[in-house]
Design a protein around this ligand. Structure first.
Ligand code: 5AD
Ligand code: SF4
Length: 353
């Protein structure tokens, strides 16, 4: 559906019954256009090293007292094998932004080896009557990289990439990032376009309830995603993280951020009926039912954290972040054993699920 700026702002201001009607409508559109199934991605937090210093983020380069880790090759491939055995269909490999030849090579090798896993090689046995895809879908979320690096990772077998714009309004973007050369709005845009050129299904997203953020900017975020023709979206509430420069800024109450996130998901679903929209982990930091509510408001993807723990606790992007493993996977609509590509992407590219 096509809406103008004023109509989007109007929908985002809905409260009470009106808000519930919006969420219900988005749920119906999701089921009709993106499918009944909820897709799972196993999230592997590969490294908490990062060269950037985003003002809101708990693993920013200058975060004091944070122990840094990078999983080994075998830990990542092992976590992916677990995901395949459990019928996740797909994994997301996420890390801070690291740019070195050595790292690019290491990621390429990981992607290759994860792609080579098969149901048989990991000893997976789908339940009676279910057919599972033989290999995993691979999504990367590793920040801004060169087009050449994107091409190499795509060539190794990754097919989707998540790179949030964080705030599509230039001014707000500059308020939540340091004014240095590595934090450039134009470079972020360039990177999102390069992902397309490299052949990826592209996901982006924003944070909701940032200090100083206006309803007009939030509406602008939705039209930005529509204009970019994205295939996937992950957006969640901004949650203050103690020790970061942005913590302590004036922000709306948590409940407002929760409701606004649900409404943003719902309106985006109406605007882009066939994309994949994630019910993000940050929702759970506000309300244990947060993700489940988003899945009834237009979202169709859930990303349970499957990072091997082995004594790690360092991927704390914000306060109250849920620990790996605390997700209820008993929902009947969860689809196991399928990669769950964005229908938006496959319908354009003429491929099937
Ligand atoms: N609150 C909510 N989300 C955050 N992220 C980083 N810091 C925070 C925070 N304080 C999100 C960013 C990033 C993703 C990996 O985590 O949007 O893209
Ligand atoms: Fe690094 Fe991403 Fe955090 Fe920014 S948001 S500091 S790029 S991990």
């Amino acid at each position: 559906m096509k809406f103008n700026h004023a109509e989007i702002i109007e929908m985002l201001s809905a409260e009470g019954d009106e808000m519930q009607q919006l969420l219900d409508k988005a749920h119906a559109v999701r089921v009709a256009r993106a499918g009944e199934g909820i897709y799972l991605r196993g999230l592997i937090e590969y490294s908490n090293q990062c060269r950037k210093n985003c003002l809101y983020c708990g693993i920013r380069k200058d975060m004091p007292g944070l122990e840094r880790y990078t999983l080994t090759h075998d830990q990542v491939v092992g976590a992916a094998a677990y995901a395949l055995r459990e019928g996740y269909g797909s994994v997301v490999i996420q890390a801070g932004e690291i740019t070195s030849k050595q790292y690019t090579d290491a990621v390429e090798r990981i992607v290759r080896d994860v792609k080579a896993l098969t149901l048989e090689s990991v000893g997976a046995a789908p339940p009676e009557g279910e057919r599972w895809q033989d290999t995993l879908g691979i999504t990367l979320s590793l920040g801004e990289q060169s087009l050449d690096t994107y091409r190499r990772w795509f060539g190794a077998g990754a097919t989707r990439y998540l790179l949030r714009i964080e705030a599509s309004d230039r001014k707000l973007f500059s308020q939540i990032h340091p004014r240095t050369i590595v934090h450039s709005y134009d470079d972020r845009l360039r990177a999102i376009m390069d992902l397309r050129r490299a052949g990826f299904q592209v996901g982006t997203g924003v944070m909701i309830g940032l200090p100083g953020q206006t309803p007009a900017q939030l509406a602008g975020d939705l039209t930005f995603m529509e204009r970019m023709g994205i295939d996937m979206c992950g957006m969640g509430p901004y949650i203050e993280c103690a020790g970061t420069p942005l913590a302590g800024g004036q922000v709306p109450p948590l409940q407002w951020r929760m409701d606004m996130t649900l409404k943003m998901v719902a309106v985006l679903r109406l605007m882009m009926p066939d994309i994949n929209i994630a019910a993000t982990t940050a929702l759970e930091a506000i309300d244990p039912q947060g993700r489940a509510r988003a899945l009834r408001s237009g979202a169709n993807v859930m990303m349970p954290n499957i990072t091997p723990q082995d004594g790690l606790s360092g991927y704390k992007l914000y306060d109250n972040k849920p620990e790996p493993g605390c997700v209820d996977l008993s929902m009947p609509s969860i689809r196991r054993g399928v990669p769950g590509d964005s229908k938006h992407f496959t319908s354009v590219a003429g491929k099937s699920e």
